[in-house]
Design a protein around this ligand. Structure first.
Ligand SMILES: C[S@@+](CC[C@H](N)C(=O)[O-])C[C@H]1O[C@@H](n2cnc3c(N)ncnc32)[C@H](O)[C@@H]1O
Length: 308
């Protein structure tokens, strides 16, 4: 299957980064030097994720480059694996068109994930619409990923549309906004690796109520995170449950798994040699280990599906 070859995706991302940086495509020394120069940025990004309160400047292009070359590819397996594990798959298989709204979507690994799921399932919707909502500008990365997917999906003859929305989740979602319109068409509303970064400054709980109110009756909200007990995530889900008891729009917990093991060790073979040893390493070795630059290929995930 086309999307089952992650080594192509890694190579495509690398090439696009080098092209944007005007690095000689015939010089592997220049390419390796650039990746080595990214190491301190990648270390800092990793350090940011070791804290409860995560604060990253995602609009910095080098942060996006490090994100794409480390986290993006494994994260394209989260949503599809969780949908399959939860037996909620029927929801997204039925119908002519699939619509998703993804909050805190960044570069959009959710999009690759859902396309892979469609490619590998027997039921073929005619098209996909995906709304990527974020308060940071991820256009550098989003353009790379969409370019890659457009070329591939020509081969498996599938039509998809990506709509980019800018919204800070601590601000109220406006009733007449395009995001609310997207929610009212969506079968799935996804929060992947993002609520642990939300700092509670106001309207988050109201926004969840609005989403529940506006989404179709059969739709589902899903939270996917690594099972690391991020305080923000735990607190938000606790408050959400409390608020739901008193609200007109109660939600039901449809599926939950706090220790879903996702083993992606076969990804190790897909990692281009240029990345391994210049920016990140596959195995624990100095100096990569001490700088937080060793790649992980197995994950423990927590997910929860809510519906009305
Ligand atoms: C770790 S990234 C996850 C991106 C993507 N979902 C993934 O799995 O790779 C977290 C994202 O949440 C976004 N984010 C954090 N706080 C936010 C807020 N208050 N409103 C909107 N987006 C926010 C960040 O800009 C970032 O893109």
């Amino acid at each position: 299957m086309i999307l089952d070859n992650p080594s192509d995706l890694y190579k495509f991302i690398l090439n696009e980064i080098f092209t944007a940086r005007k690095i000689d495509p015939s010089s592997s020394k220049a390419q390796a030097d650039y990746l080595i120069s990214l190491q301190p940025i990648a270390s800092n990004l990793w350090r940011s994720y070791q804290k409860h309160s995560i604060n990253v400047d995602y609009e910095n292009q080098q942060n996006q480059e490090c994100y794409l070359l480390r986290y993006f590819v494994p994260y394209t397996y989260y949503l599809s694996s969780v949908i399959l594990d939860s037996n909620i798959v029927e929801n997204i298989k039925s119908g002519e068109k699939i619509t998703l709204t993804c909050f805190g979507a960044g570069a959009g690994p959710e999009l690759v994930s859902i396309l892979r799921l469609i490619e590998n399932s027997e039921v073929k919707p005619k098209s996909l619409e995906i709304g990527l909502v974020d308060y940071s500008d991820w256009s550098f990365s989003q353009k790379i990923i969409i370019k890659y997917l457009k070329e591939l999906t020509l081969k498996f003859k599938f039509d998809f549309e990506v709509l980019i929305y800018v919204h800070d989740f601590s601000e109220p979602l406006k009733d007449d906004s395009e995001i609310i319109n997207s929610i009212s068409r969506s079968q799935l509303i996804v929060f992947q690796n993002s609520i642990n970064e939300y700092t509670y400054r106001g309207s988050e709980l109201i926004n969840f109520q609005t989403i529940l109110e506006k989404m179709p009756n059969t739709s589902k909200i899903i939270f996917i995170d690594q099972s690391e007990n991020y305080r923000n995530r735990e607190e938000l889900l606790r408050q959400l449950e409390l608020v739901s008891q008193y609200s007109e729009y109660k939600f039901k917990k449809l599926a939950e798994n706090n220790y879903f093991a996702l083993n992606l060790t076969s990804l190790k073979q897909s990692l281009p040699d240029l990345i391994d040893g210049n920016l990140y390493a596959k195995y624990k070795e100095e100096p990569f280990w001490s700088e937080g630059l060793v790649l992980r290929f197995s994950f423990k995930l927590s997910y929860i599906f809510f519906g009305k």
